[in-house]
Design a protein around this ligand. Structure first.
Ligand code: ADP
Ligand code: MG
Length: 348
């Protein structure tokens, strides 16, 4: 049923936006899906025909939906063991899962090591507390409350990623701490975006921009031209008339932003967003947004969350140590900092 809705939505929303340019044989098409990863997915692509575009849009939709179901921590799907199933069996038994889950979790472990634990998929017990308070606070703003440090510290005892036991051979995952929970929100969208982009390329997709809730992956250039893709970097100051702070120009790269304005709730007039510093167990206070540009969308997503959780000096050190990886930091006063290679992406 859900799939049918997705496809219908996609078909309704496919539009031929512009006529072709003289030097460009291909036309620009666009599609939007609203039911994946709790966000808006947008595909822009240059193809020879509408049929060709529809073929790729459906293929991307169906693959993304598969990843969405496997990586879901809130819902069950008939006949599928997903990340929620692993959580539901914490301290009980290993769960046999699709290789796509094993690969995501192995990747997440690497991201944990790389960032000194600043992005931790085993942080679910703490994140669940924030998620529940936020949901209640949004539903009934007058009663919005903050979790207590005691409650958070108690949950933080159950966030050791080494208790996530992956048996690659048996294709199982076991959480040996019964109170531990996985939350793959910081990495799953980007990881899936990367895998689906690579899959689409294998199927012949050559020219497109895939955005899963702002998790952007550029494939090739615009049609047969040399024109790069333009990706707006949102101004965290939503009151400002300037909606984009910068426009980045990219090809065969990912651009991913983590920001305070994406998901938050207010308590006594103060906003509390959704990226939690593992050290303080409270929303990280260093920046309003961090943007990462690197080839792999999964890495970009993991880094955007991790870099958001560390002081700028520490983040710069990490980014500068990584090849072909750049970052933009936006501070609370609106000023910015960039890694050495970031200015090259900025238009004008
Ligand atoms: P987006 O909402 O755009 O996906 P992020 O990639 O930064 O933004 O992911 C934020 C999500 O990651 C949160 O909603 C939460 O599920 C999870 N998260 C928050 N803090 C951490 C953390 N320190 N380690 C791992 N996951 C986190
Ligand atoms: Mg992220």
């Amino acid at each position: 049923m859900k799939k049918a809705i997705g496809i219908i939505l996609s078909l309704i929303m496919i539009m031929n936006i512009t006529a072709c340019g003289a030097q460009n044989e291909k036309k620009r098409y666009e599609a939007e899906f609203l039911l994946l990863f709790d966000t808006v997915t947008r595909i822009v692509a240059y193809t020879e025909s509408k049929d060709e575009f529809t073929k790729y849009a459906e293929l991307i939709h169906d693959k993304l939906e598969e990843y969405h179901q496997l990586y879901d921590i809130y819902h069950d799907y008939e006949g599928i063991n997903n990340v929620k199933t692993i959580n539901d069996h914490a301290g009980i038994s290993p769960v046999k899962v699709d290789r796509k889950i094993i690969d995501l979790l192995l990747f997440s472990k690497e991201a944990y090591e790389l960032t000194g634990g600043k992005v931790n998929v085993a942080f679910g017990s703490v994140l669940k507390i924030w998620h529940d308070y936020r949901t209640e606070g949004i539903e009934d703003p007058e009663k919005a409350k903050l979790p207590s440090s005691e409650e958070l510290q108690e949950a933080a005892k159950h966030t050791d990623i080494h208790n996530m036991i992956i048996d690659e051979k048996a294709s199982t995952v076991y959480l040996s701490d019964p109170d531990m929970r996985l939350d793959v929100g910081a990495v799953a969208k980007g990881y899936a975006t990367e895998q689906v982009s690579e899959y689409a390329m294998e199927q012949g997709f050559r020219s497109g921009l895939l955005s899963v809730g702002g998790n952007v992956r550029a494939i090739g250039t615009k049609g047969d031209s040399d024109a790069l893709w333009n990706v707006g970097i949102q101004n965290p100051d939503k009151e400002s008339k300037q909606s984009n702070l910068y426009v980045a120009n990219i090809t065969d790269l990912s651009l991913v932003t983590s920001g305070t304005y994406e998901r938050y709730y207010s308590v006594n007039g103060v906003n509390y967003h959704h990226i939690i510093d593992p050290e303080t167990l409270f929303p990280a206070q260093y920046f309003t947004a961090v943007t990462i540009v690197t080839h792999d969308s999964g890495l970009a997503d993991a880094l955007s969350t991790a870099i958001f959780n560390m002081p700028v000096e520490q983040g710069k050190k990490l980014i500068e140590s990584m090849p072909d990886t750049e970052a933009l930091w936006i501070f609370q006063d609106g000023t910015t900092a960039m890694s050495t290679g970031f200015p090259e992406f900025i238009k004008e």
